[in-house]
Design a binder for this molecule. Structure first.
Ligand SMILES: [Zn+2]
Length: 344
């Protein structure tokens, strides 16, 4: 990585907005804006327990992960047809393009939908068609990662995998999300082993609210390639050393951490500490409709609150591509675009 020329505060803000970036931790169901929830509830004739868009928006006052998840699942209940899934993904991809996200690896939670009687094919086909259109019409490269809900059983995860395998060419990997505490990674050891045999990429949420031990077991038992969140790793010096030495990426989500009170204030966020310790940390939006911002909101607010520097910004943008599952040639081409933006 190059050393940067002097960059003014003004220019840094401009770079945060316009430099090319990859997003690796976005739950597509978490990009559902209240306006789209209302539109889909009317289109599909599904009642939701909120009288207006404003009332729904006001209900987004969370105190922890669980209180967020309760409203998140209520919002997802309006998704029925393939077009609904397409529209949800397309709305996100337009926001991604506006924020200069040129590559995104999108999480989806099929169990949230199949449990309501929606077919796996409906979910995946709608999302995948939007990803293909994003490449063709927006110049945004997009792929899908299927997430298992960790509050459900491993047996349920196995059934979900079986259900999804006819669509194996439409997603690149699997992840593990939803309520972390009380659901350690090792609960899913066998299903992740099976996914590894199938050649799927592996990621898992760990160390968001849960302890560093969950990060160790995600690495050693599930054998994941990336840790989603991972911010609790700073409580474990040996873990920090390993994450840095092996360049295991952490997909950090600052506004999510603030909204769910993982850190009392954004100014207290440990992103700078992770970067200064040599970890491959990245910035991501997690559930942007619910947590107050998409990619550029995350960058701008975090930099304003913590005083991170242009060198940190450059490192974060480069890390986002290094941590991606892009093929080597595409990865190199996108890293060159980051260099061109910062070294101009
Ligand atoms: Zn997440």
């Amino acid at each position: 990585m190059n050393t940067l020329p002097p960059i003014s505060a003004e220019r840094l803000v401009d770079l945060l907005r316009t430099a090319p970036k990859a997003e690796l931790h976005i739950h597509i169901e978490g990009s559902l804006e209240p306006e789209l929830i209302f539109a889909l509830s009317q289109r599909n004739g599904i009642a939701i327990p909120y009288a207006s868009v404003d009332e729904l928006r006001r209900a987004y006052a969370f105190s922890n992960l669980q209180s967020f998840l309760d409203i998140y699942y209520a919002g997802a209940s309006v998704l029925i047809t393939e077009q609904d899934f397409y529209d949800m993904a397309w709305a996100y991809l337009l926001k991604a393009q506006a924020d200069h996200v040129i590559h995104t690896e999108i999480f989806f939670d099929p169990q949230t939908h199949t449990a309501r009687g929606v077919a796996m094919k409906t979910v995946i086909d709608g999302l995948y068609r939007a990803c293909q259109d994003a490449q063709a019409k927006l110049g945004v490269s997009a792929s899908l990662i299927l997430c298992f809900l960790r509050h459900l059983s491993e047996e349920d995860a196995f059934a979900t995998l079986e259900d999804a395998l006819p669509h194996r060419d439409q997603f690149i990997g699997v992840g593990l999300d939803s309520s972390e505490l009380g659901h350690p990674p090792e609960k899913f050891a066998r299903v992740f082993a099976r996914c590894r045999e199938l050649g799927l990429h592996l990621v898992a949420h760990a160390g968001e609210e849960g302890p560093p031990e969950y990060i160790w077991s995600a690495l050693d038992v599930l054998k994941v390639e990336r840790i989603d969140h991972g911010v609790q790793s700073t409580h474990d010096a040996a873990l920090m050393k390993r994450l840095a030495a092996e360049r295991i990426p952490l997909t950090v989500c600052p506004l999510s951490n603030q909204k769910l009170c993982v850190f009392p204030n954004l100014a207290d966020h440990n992103l700078g500490r992770l970067l200064d310790a040599g970890l491959c940390a990245t910035v991501n939006s997690d559930d942007p409709a619910y947590f107050g911002g998409y990619m550029n909101d995350n960058f701008l607010q975090t930099f304003a609150a913590t005083g991170l520097t242009a060198q940190h910004a450059y490192t974060l943008m480069r890390n986002s591509f290094e941590a991606s599952f892009l093929a080597p040639a595409a990865k190199r081409a996108m890293l060159d675009r980051v260099d061109a933006a910062f070294l101009a």
